[in-house]
Design a protein around this ligand. Structure first.
Ligand SMILES: *Cc1c(COP(=O)(O)O)cnc(C)c1O
Length: 392
């Protein structure tokens, strides 16, 4: 007899969780900032909080300009348009990322081309990037951008990626949605390439509930993005339009929330790093599992912490034990070349992202995680890892 799914108990991994993966970390400072913005009367989109937020994020990322937008996806979209991406061209990007990266490419009419990652970091592999650009050039395809992603808050190998892209005369837009606050060789995430997109979605390292920013040193790119983000209204009193625009600007109220979060960014990163260190201690001395992205996370923002198991079967065991304790976990990003919606697109893949998807598991990483919850996660996880190691 078929199971009546309406009455079947949800599998443990779908039940409500008491310890979420990465919940917004909101306190008194945020409440006060939002209330202040509301009282100021600047409730309509744009206003002084937006201007100040743009200047602060630009400074934090070492950029001349920031354009505050309604999402990181909008920042990717306008960044791609700003560097000349459009119909009939190819954008080479990482397969190991969130769908938003490739979705934004399709909004421009261009076609994503998926390249595999370095197994150790999950970030776009420079050698495979070179291979893909050579192949695309030989096939006469026009590549309009390289779009690397700083995955889970570790900046991609952007110096080598930049060198490869330069050799082919292709501009780089960085998807830095996950890496605000991280660094590479003393430079801030967001400072590499022609421009970078940052996300302030609810689960990111800091949030405006929903929002994003395009950062760049190119004044024309910033000015154009700002104009088309406001329905491309020309600066005249009547509504005059000479090009197609979007409704992508950030609300002044949300920018106030963003400024309060930015003031706490370093603290929130430190909290996430403590959680990462807990997981490192817990997995030390076990051959069956390691913290993903390697031992050197000095420059990372530690947005999400993940484990990588030697045996894919261990993922199921640990997922189930944590779900039974109402602790949320999630597989690593499913490679985009495996997503049904992108299945027929071109790729240069070797299996690294597939392997990470099979063997990885992301654990609770939020800076708002309380001491009791943290202790409980470590306790349940220790027992699950003992079970994996056959000690239980
Ligand atoms: C979150 C995210 C985005 C999209 O940001 P939104 O603000 O949610 O639109 C894009 N790329 C990556 C890698 C992300 O993690």
């Amino acid at each position: 007899m078929p199971v009546d799914v309406r009455h079947a108990p949800a599998p443990a991994c779908l039940r409500p969780v008491s310890v979420p993966l990465s919940a917004p970390d909101i306190g008194e400072a945020e409440n006060a900032a939002v209330a202040r913005a509301l009282r100021s009367g600047w409730v309509a989109p744009l206003g002084p909080e937006v201007d100040a937020f743009e200047a602060q994020i630009a400074a934090r990322t070492g950029r001349a300009h920031g354009v505050a937008l309604s999402s990181g996806t909008a920042a990717l979209h306008l960044g791609l348009l700003g560097i000349g991406v459009g119909q009939g061209t190819v954008v080479v990007t990482s397969t190991f990322t969130f769908a938003a990266t490739a979705n934004a490419v399709t909004y421009t009419g261009a076609e994503p081309w998926f390249v595999d990652c370095c197994p150790a970091t999950g970030n776009l592999c420079p050698e495979l990037l070179e291979e893909s650009l050579a192949q695309l050039a030989a096939a006469g395809r026009r590549v309009s951008a390289v779009l690397p992603v700083d995955i889970y808050g570790k900046v991609a190998d952007l110096r080598r990626i930049g060198e490869v892209a330069d050799r082919y005369g292709v501009p780089v837009l960085c998807d830095s949605a996950e890496s605000l606050g991280a660094r590479l060789d003393g430079r801030a995430a967001g400072s590499f390439g022609a421009a970078a997109a940052i996300s302030f979605n609810g689960n990111k390292i800091m949030t405006t509930s929903g929002g994003g920013m395009l950062v760049t040193d190119d004044e024309r790119l910033a000015t154009t993005a700002r104009r088309v983000a406001s329905q491309a209204r020309q600066p005249v009193r009547h509504y005059e339009h000479t090009e197609i625009g979007f409704n992508y600007r950030l609300s002044n109220v949300l920018a106030a929330l963003g400024r309060a979060q930015l003031a706490r960014l370093d603290d929130m990163m430190a909290r996430r790093r403590e959680i990462r260190d807990d997981y490192r201690r817990l997995t030390a001395g076990r051959d069956s599992v390691a913290v993903f992205q390697g031992a050197d996370d000095r420059d990372d923002n530690c947005w999400l912490s993940s484990l990588l198991f030697a045996d894919p079967a261990a993922v199921r065991i640990v997922t189930d034990r944590l779900a039974e304790a109402a602790i949320e976990t999630r597989p690593l990003w499913k490679p985009l070349h495996r997503q049904p919606v992108f299945a027929d697109l071109g790729r240069t893949v070797t299996g690294s992202a597939d392997d990470l998807f099979a063997r990885g598991l992301t654990l609770p990483s939020g800076s708002g995680l309380g001491a009791d919850d943290r202790a409980r996660v470590l306790d349940v996880l220790t027992r699950a890892l003992d079970e994996v190691d056959g000690r239980a």
